[in-house]
Every structure is written in C-alpha cells, then in structure tokens.
Design a protein around this ligand. Sequence first.
Ligand SMILES: *Cc1c(COP(=O)(O)O)cnc(C)c1O
Length: 231
Amino acid sequence: MLKENLYQVQENMKEACRRSGRAESDVTLIAVSKTKPLPMLEEVYSLGIRDFGENKVQELVDKAEQLPDDIRWHMIGHLQRNKVKYIVDKVYMIHSVDSLRLAEEISKEAVKRGIIVNILIEVNVAGEESKFGVTPEDTPGLVQEISHLPGILVRGLMTIAPFVENAEDNRIFFSALKKLYVDITNKNIDNVRMDYLSMGMTGDYEVAIEEGASFVRVGTGIFGERSYQVE
Ligand SMILES: *Cc1c(COP(=O)(O)O)cnc(C)c1O
C-alpha cells in the first residue's frame, strides 16, 4: 500500500513538473511521518526516500535515534524556544521559524555547538487566525534581522495553505509566497540564501509545484490517514 501510494505521489509530482516546465530535480518530496510508527518509515526509506518531516520535537528525536543517519529530518511544526536545544544538531532544516526570538534561540544553540542551522521563515500568506507564521508584510524585515545572527542561515520560505476542497483555491497563496520569495531574493541580503520554497501538502502539492515549490510536504498521501490530527 505504502509503495503504491508513494509511487502515485511521485508520478503526480513528475506530471506537475512537466506541466509547468520544471526539472524534476528541482522538487524534493518530504514524507511527513508524524504519528506514524517506525516500520512505516523504514519501508518508505527502503523505497528511496531520505527526507522526512515531523512536527513534534520528542517524536523527531526518538525517530532520528532509531533510523539511519543519512535521513534528512525536517522540523515542520511549531517550535517552542525551550525545545530548540534538543533538535538543532539533529535537523537538516527548520521550516517553521516565525519570530526573531525563536531565531535568536536557534542562533545561540547553534553557536554553542559550532554549527550552522538552515531555516525557512513560516509565512501566514492566507492570513488565517488559527495559523502560526509571520505576515507577508513583516517577512522581509524579519529575514533582514535574522541575517545578522550567527549560526543561522535563512534558506527560504514556508507556508501552510488553508484546508480547501479544491486545490485550485490555494493557487493564489502559493503564487503570493513565490512572489515574496523573489522580492526577498532580489534584495540580495548578506548572509541570506534564498533557495527553498516549502509549500504544498497532500491536497494541493501539484498546484504548489506548478507555482514553484521546491519542497512539498506530503503525509496522508503516502502514509494514509492519521488516527488523530496534529497541528
Ligand atoms: C501534517 C503536515 C503536513 C502533511 O499533511 P498531509 O495533508 O497529511 O499531507 C504538511 N505540513 C505540515 C506543516 C504538517 O503539519
């Protein structure tokens, strides 16, 4: 089942790339494995996937300890400052930075360990009250401020689009994030490297790819429904 699901997602990704004239290698699939047990992750790993996304610190740490070292762990959930120290040296990228205070904490812990932590800024493009993320207006300023911190490197932007029946309804948000990304790229801010756009989930990853996503975060489409919903 997992195998068929994964192949279907990969096939859909290819087609979305073809439709939009993009190279397949420009888009990376992150298998969002939150709440799913290790054997399922192992199976997906054995099918060639190396990027996994988790949204809880403890779960990410536990899974990382038990799975192969060449997995790139993506922290995609809301991150509390007091938990930064547990994951800075375990994650490939943190997708959910939405405040200077959180960035300062990541910077502090990174410097302590002599590492550089790659982050994305989470933007609430649709302005949903229930969502974390900075407003599009505040994003360039936040990127600028974070660029002065040591041990942390802004690599791009992330968004969680609204839950919609029709994926097309989210196209405007994906294109708005892309535009913001281009605007910030054009500012050529020192110590900022804009090369990733993390957008698109099970319901809308094809549209996100057409609008420029470089990471799509797919959970349900690979692993099936989660028994409980985690934000
Ligand atoms: C759970 C989650 C996903 C995956 O959602 P699906 O709809 O199951 O694909 C993607 N991104 C974030 C931030 C998530 O929390």
